[in-house]
Design a protein around this ligand. Structure first.
Ligand SMILES: NC(=O)c1ccc[n+]([C@@H]2O[C@H](COP(=O)([O-])OP(=O)(O)OC[C@H]3O[C@@H](n4cnc5c(N)ncnc54)[C@H](OP(=O)(O)O)[C@@H]3O)[C@@H](O)[C@H]2O)c1
Length: 294
């Protein structure tokens, strides 16, 4: 990955709100380039660049955190009322004169079920689950905020430390198969790298407010599981049909199987020219596997 040649290090300051799995990866990457990245969590962290932000408990960051911020990435999910916790609690603090760009991590769940058909940013959202209605509402709030926001719709996120390998090792794996069912995925490094690419080339690329970040090859979950077992050198248990396994699954796990869609990355990868690092689950999981051996 190239440096952000166009962004001067001493005049660029990132704020990552909700520094969980994707936020931490993003922060770690841009810090490697020498940029300042302040990150929020709901509880105290040892990292001196981390601060507490917990909208549920009303713990809000001090105004001085926002001084000189140029780029904000929000990874915070909707609250229990379906509204955005960032906009609901610190919108006034985001009136920052130096602010150039805001990124919001959303989900491809807003597209709902397409029975396996491809969906792109030009398709109307058609949420099926309550959480996806909530998410669509948060997207709308961000767009209406008037901030210079770009929304990234993400499918299932995986990466080192969070993948099917961990599910197998922790015996949390459900070896389930469902006819014609596919899922889209994205490696966490591609979320970071695609966003950096878009920021880096902001002045040259046509602006799109909503962009999918997904890999090239949606596929069945059982293919992914089989591949992980083979890399681990273990025998995969016999798959159970979804209909037979359904009652054993949590409501949230069941709900994921109710949606079947292929998420197109044509806008990002063809029109805007981003080159995926991990084009499919095999390359991405190989990376997770190698990392877990270190
Ligand atoms: N996981 C997936 O497969 C997936 C797929 C598509 C989209 N998404 C969405 O994409 C975003 C990033 O995903 P992720 O898996 O990287 O998320 P994650 O690891 O769950 O991180 C979410 C972050 O939001 C913070 N947060 C949650 N509620 C908050 C509140 N009320 N006030 C302040 N901070 C709050 C959490 O704080 P703590 O660090 O203190 O926990 C955490 O840092 C999320 O919005 C997620 O819902 C996820």
């Amino acid at each position: 990955m190239k440096n952000f040649a166009s962004l001067p290090i001493n005049k660029t300051k990132f704020l990552i709100l909700g520094c969980g799995f994707s936020g931490s990866f993003f922060a770690k990457t841009i810090r490697k380039f020498g940029y300042t990245a302040l990150t929020s969590s709901r509880s105290q962290k040892r990292d001196p660049h981390s601060f507490i932000f917990n909208s549920e408990k009303g713990i809000l960051p001090d105004k001085k955190i926002f001084d000189g911020v140029t780029h904000i990435l929000s990874c915070v999910p909707p609250d229990n009322n379906g509204t955005d916790p960032v906009l609901g609690s610190i919108r006034n603090k985001l009136e920052i004169s130096s602010l150039k760009w805001v990124g919001y991590l959303s989900t491809t769940g807003v597209y709902g079920n397409t029975n396996g058909d491809w969906v792109s940013e030009t398709d109307n959202p058609n949420p099926l689950q309550k959480r996806s209605y909530f998410r669509l509402n948060c997207e709308k709030e961000w767009i209406q905020s008037g901030l210079p926001v770009q929304i990234f719709r993400l499918p299932g996120i995986y990466g080192p430390g969070r993948s099917t390998f961990e599910a197998i090792r922790n015996q949390k794996i459900h070896v389930i198969t469902k006819k014609d069912q596919v899922f889209s995925r994205i490696h966490v490094a591609d979320i970071t790298s695609a966003i950096i690419y878009l920021i880096q080339n902001k002045d040259y690329l046509k602006f799109h407010q909503i962009i999918n970040i997904a890999d090239d090859e949606p596929c069945s979950q059982i293919e992914v599981i089989e591949y992980c077992y083979s890399l681990l050198g273990l025998k995969m248990p016999k798959p159970i049909l979804f209909e037979d396994a359904k009652s054993e699954l949590s409501p949230i796990a069941q709900s994921f199987w109710m949606e079947n869609r292929r998420v197109s990355n044509n806008l990002l990868c063809k029109k805007l020219g981003y080159e995926l690092i991990y084009k499919n689950y095999k390359i991405g999981l190989k990376n997770c596997f190698i990392n877990s051996q270190k």
